[in-house]
Ligand binder design. Structure first.
Ligand SMILES: Cc1cc2nc3c(=O)[nH]c(=O)nc-3n(C[C@H](O)[C@H](O)[C@H](O)COP(=O)(O)O)c2cc1C
Length: 329
């Protein structure tokens, strides 16, 4: 082999050189992210501020969709949200906060209907109503679904089928989920595309107590984590990627996770996607505590349980289609 070729291969495959190339790439990425991530100068940027309000609005909405919700939950958070909504509309007068308005109104009605009036929130909400004129009425808060309708929709054409999947936080704890249905869903999800057909995604399936430990570690299932029976931690194998592909594993793993979510829905199981977006130390702990090999990256957790005959879901309003695309000519 010629010296030039040997040098080229050395540069390409040497770990120390790779480390420096990755650090440089990570540095450029950090520069861009320090400017554009929502965390930087959030309150001065309309979109970033809106993202923060959206997350906090959704936290209230999903709180109401938990099977064993504690009435009157989250009042300090709702009050803080209202204050920041007031600030937001005063700073950016043309924005819409219709969804947040609808969720707060729903929160007030929900608590009142369940014998827990939240007068302080109501009074503060009245102030917000005076400061902001609704642009559009929208459904928000919780919706009641029936298992029979959902199961029927899982056999419907794709548009109906895919619209019938929701994140579930209200589970039946009596009906046992059959692990073979999960394995069968993994089988279906293998059809997910991956870059150069690398098929790097992997499903770690945790059952019973191990699943509950994972939900406790994950931290986003308070009030319903222990009502689920299985946790699937989707990972992707870093060893199948090369330089310039630092994020490709998350794309491939994410596509697999979505396909798995739909496959589980097809099998009639109640599911919820759960984040594994942690700081590095926490990710290391996750991998250590849950037997994930060092070369795998966690992509997403899917919580799995059984549907109640009648169950609550968070409405999770979607923005209009024109906000989702642009045709470039
Ligand atoms: C990557 C990801 C992470 C999520 N993490 C959580 C979580 O930690 N806790 C939770 O209750 N919901 C979580 N969700 C569910 C979202 O809140 C939900 O998908 C969104 O509101 C849309 O609602 P839908 O799934 O019912 O259509 C997550 C969803 C995704 C895609």
């Amino acid at each position: 082999m010629k010296l030039k070729e040997r040098l080229r291969l050395f540069i390409r495959h040497n770990r120390v050189i790779l480390l420096f190339r990755l650090m440089l790439d990570a540095f450029y990425e950090a520069c861009s992210q320090s400017k554009h991530l929502g965390a930087s100068n959030m309150m001065r940027d309309e979109v970033k501020f809106a993202a923060d309000l959206c997350i906090r609005t959704h936290a209230i909405e999903k709180g109401m969709s938990i099977g064993s919700v504690r009435m009157g939950f989250g009042q300090p958070k709702v009050l803080a949200l209202i204050d920041d909504l007031l600030l937001y509309v005063s700073r950016f007068p043309s924005v819409s906060i219709d969804e947040s308005m609808a969720v707060i109104a729903n929160y007030i009605d929900f608590n009142r209907a369940n014998g827990c009036p939240v007068e302080v929130v109501e009074a503060r909400y009245e102030v917000l109503k005076k400061a902001y004129t609704l642009k559009e009425e929208m459904a928000a808060g919780i919706a009641i679904c029936s298992k029979a309708d959902t199961i029927e929709a899982t056999k419907a054409p794709f548009d109906v089928f895919s619209q019938s999947r929701c994140s579930i936080r209200d589970f039946d704890t009596e009906t046992i989920v059959d692990i073979n249905d999960i394995i069968s869903a993994v089988d279906i999800a293998r059809k997910a595309p991956s870059a150069c057909n690398r098929q790097s995604a992997f499903a770690h399936i945790y059952q019973g107590e191990r699943a509950r430990e994972l939900f406790d570690f994950q931290g986003g299932t308070n009030g319903f984590g222990h009502d689920m029976q299985y946790a699937v931690l989707v990972t992707a194998d870093m060893r199948r990627y090369f330089i310039n592909e630092r994020h490709q594993m998350y794309v491939d793993g994410g596509l697999f996770a979505m396909q798995l979510l739909l496959s589980l829905h097809y099998k009639g199981l109640a599911t919820i996607p759960l984040t594994t977006a942690y700081k590095t130390r926490q990710t290391q702990r996750l991998k250590k505590n849950f037997d994930i090999p060092p070369h795998e990256v966690p992509v997403m957790i899917i919580g799995i349980g059984a549907y109640k005959e009648s169950y609550k879901v968070a409405v999770s309003h979607r923005n209009s289609v024109d906000t989702y695309y642009q045709v470039h000519r």
